[in-house]
Design a protein. Structure first.
Length: 154
């Protein structure tokens, strides 16, 4: 795709400003009337010898200790509540075909079941059809799950 100097300068500025490729794609359409695919944007960035900035690392989440201290018996399984209200439990009886399984309750009260299969893939099944937790809560779930599994020796 041929870009004029003004377009090259704009793309270079957007990359230096930290815009994501999808945001650059939208700006090309709104600012220059250019309808391009995500791949076209990726190739433009490559042709201009630019490197998108990595997103800043997520803030570290401090997890609260379960009542009774670490490793306390919490009935259905060990829990790892986070400051946001994300609560991960590990099943005492693992679901068939899984290495480990459990449940998660998000800050909005919605729940899901999760499992790790024999190859280490994470499976996730919300109890409410079509429910998708907020990206920040998913990230907190993954951190809480990782911490809980590390405590258990996984």
């Amino acid at each position: 795709m041929n870009l004029d100097e003004k377009q090259r300068q704009a793309i270079t500025k957007w990359i230096h400003d930290g815009l994501k490729l999808s945001e650059i794609q939208k700006r090309l359409e709104s600012d220059f009337g250019m309808r391009v695919t995500y791949l076209d944007v990726r190739l433009m960035i490559d042709d201009l010898k630019l490197q998108p900035k990595d997103p800043p690392p997520p803030p570290k989440t401090v997890l609260a200790t379960p009542p009774g201290g670490p490793g306390a018996d919490l009935g259905a399984g060990a829990a790892a509540p986070a400051a946001s209200g994300v609560n991960v439990t590990v099943d005492q009886l693992t679901k068939p075909g899984a290495l480990v399984s459990g449940k998660v309750k998000f800050g909005d009260g919605k729940t899901a079941e999760w499992f790790l299969d024999q190859t280490g893939r994470l499976g996730f099944a919300p109890t409410e059809k079509g429910y998708k937790p907020a990206p920040t809560e998913l990230q907190e779930f993954q951190i809480a799950l990782q911490n809980e599994l590390q405590k258990m020796g996984y």
